[in-house]
Design a protein around this ligand. Structure first.
Ligand code: ZN
Length: 475
């Protein structure tokens, strides 16, 4: 009997232990990740950290339970909120709650236009102007509360919000890296010399970014042939820190009598210009100019082919030869940009044949302000178009500011002389329009040249460096 009781008691103990363990170990354990109290910053998005669910110390498969969260968290308002998790596992609901407090513990955010302030390598001057804004999650815009302090290693911007949360932002001040040195050319580029003169290269040197001369051998390679009119190059190069540094000088070998910006002297400057030739009176004009040793500019045409050989003579005697027009037929040349260029190039071909060089300079037939071109190309703003194209191709054009009047009505020697001399007196740079196809014009030249040379005027020819005396384009 006793034995039976003992067995009975053991049996009961086993059943109770089994039940206890069944209930104890079949209930999942829920843990709040991040704890039962979480702080979250005002106006920032609240991110739930979640829970972990375990059974007998083992993580449960996420698909074996469902989580539903109920909360009333408002991150726009300071305060404490409840976040309740309802976990459904094996048809049973388990609840767990945590407190979420919305706090303001962050200082304002400072934004700057640059993350660092670079200073110029040579001058030490700051290369940028540092500006900033500041916004606080509680107080809004607090830019006007920011203080800016400059210390050796940078700017310190600081600001606090109304809760006392402080932000300091450092914007470092850094010296810019030394920029690479460069080759500095002595004198000017382009350098002008007169044909036949000896060319002495003024050289070049290596300079650091601040302009100080650096010890380095600069090699040069010149293509200059001073016996021929043209544009040449002198290339300079050196090796610095295994890198090649280069520069180029342009050398312009110009005709005798060509004056450039390098050689301006005297007070009043006169540019005698002759259009529409060469013609029957051109040779006599050339002889007169020689007599006074004055150089002029000829805007030539193909209107009198029999005298074309004089273009060569004009260049030979040191005058400037420039393009006027091949046909001088307004209707034809102003019909389109292409028509203009065709006519222009035909004339420049002749010039090249005669002188060996094409001209970069021209004068529009009728002048830049002419309106005759309007009917040649209706509504197409032809003068604007042509001048744009020609300028973009490196051509220079000139009008005049003194008209001799020798193309108006019936010109006389006296009228022409008076107009020209008055014009010379009234302009510091007189570009005078004349036509060497008129006898009266050439007749007037002796008095004009005499007056000019006796009264200290400087006669020059037009080139790329001359003042751009031009009329207003009208169409
Ligand atoms: Zn003309």
């Amino acid at each position: 009997m006793k034995k039976g009781i003992i067995i009975g008691i053991i049996g009961i103990i086993l059943v109770v232990a089994g039940l206890v363990s069944y209930f104890a170990f079949s209930k999942p354990k829920i843990t709040l990740l991040g704890g039962d109290y979480i702080k979250t910053e005002l106006k920032h998005k609240y991110k739930d950290k979640g829970v972990s669910v375990t059974l007998n110390g083992k993580e449960l498969d996420k698909n074996s339970y469902k989580v539903k969260i109920e909360d009333n968290i408002n991150t726009d308002e300071l305060g404490k909120y409840k976040e309740t998790y309802n976990i459904e596992y094996k048809k049973k609901i388990y609840k767990i709650v945590r407190t979420v407090e919305v706090v303001d513990e962050e200082g304002p955010e400072i934004n700057t236009n640059y993350e660092k302030v670079e200073t110029d390598f040579c001058t030490g001057k700051e290369k940028v102007n540092l500006t900033f804004t500041a916004v606080d999650n509680g107080d809004g815009d607090v830019t006007d509360k920011v203080t800016k302090e400059k210390k050796e290693d940078g700017y310190y911007l600081s600001v606090a919000d109304s809760k006392g949360n402080k932000t300091v932002k450092q914007v470092p001040i850094v010296k810019e890296e030394e920029p690479a040195p460069h080759i500095k050319i002595n004198g000017t580029t382009p350098t002008y010399i007169t044909v036949g003169d000896k060319y002495n290269d003024q050289g070049a040197y290596l300079a650091d970014y601040c302009g100080n001369k650096k010890e380095a051998e600069v090699k040069s390679n010149s293509t200059v042939d001073s016996s021929k009119v043209g544009t040449y190059k002198v290339d300079y190069s050196t090796i610095y820190n295994d890198k090649e540094i280069k520069a180029t000088r342009e050398v312009k070998v110009v005709r005798k009598g060509t004056t450039t910006s390098n050689t301006i002297k005297g007070n009043k400057i006169v540019y005698l210009t002759f259009d529409d030739g060469p013609g029957a009176h051109t040779e006599r004009l050339l002889n007169l100019l020689d007599k006074y040793n004055v150089k002029a500019t000829f805007f030539v045409t193909h209107q009198y082919p029999k005298y074309e050989y004089l273009i060569k003579e004009e260049a030979k005697r040191g005058h400037a030869v420039a393009v006027h027009s091949y046909s001088h037929n307004y209707k034809k040349i102003y019909a389109s940009v292409d028509a203009f260029k065709t006519d222009f190039n035909l004339m420049n071909d002749i010039i090249e044949n005669q002188t060996g060089t094409r001209s970069k300079i021209f004068r529009f037939p009728g002048g830049g302000s002419n309106t005759v071109s309007r009917s040649a190309c209706k509504g197409c703003k032809i003068m604007t178009q042509i001048s744009k194209v020609m300028e973009s191709e490196g051509y220079y054009w000139f009008d005049w500011n003194v008209s001799s009047g020798d193309a108006d009505g019936s010109p006389t020697k006296e009228k022409t002389t008076n107009n020209v001399i008055n014009g010379m007196k009234n302009h510091s740079n007189a570009v005078i329009l004349m036509h060497d196809i008129h006898k009266s014009t050439v007749d007037a030249m002796e008095d004009i040249l005499k007056f000019g040379t006796e009264n200290g005027y400087t006669f020059k020819v037009l080139d790329e460096t001359s003042p751009k005396i031009r009329h207003k384009i009208n169409n």
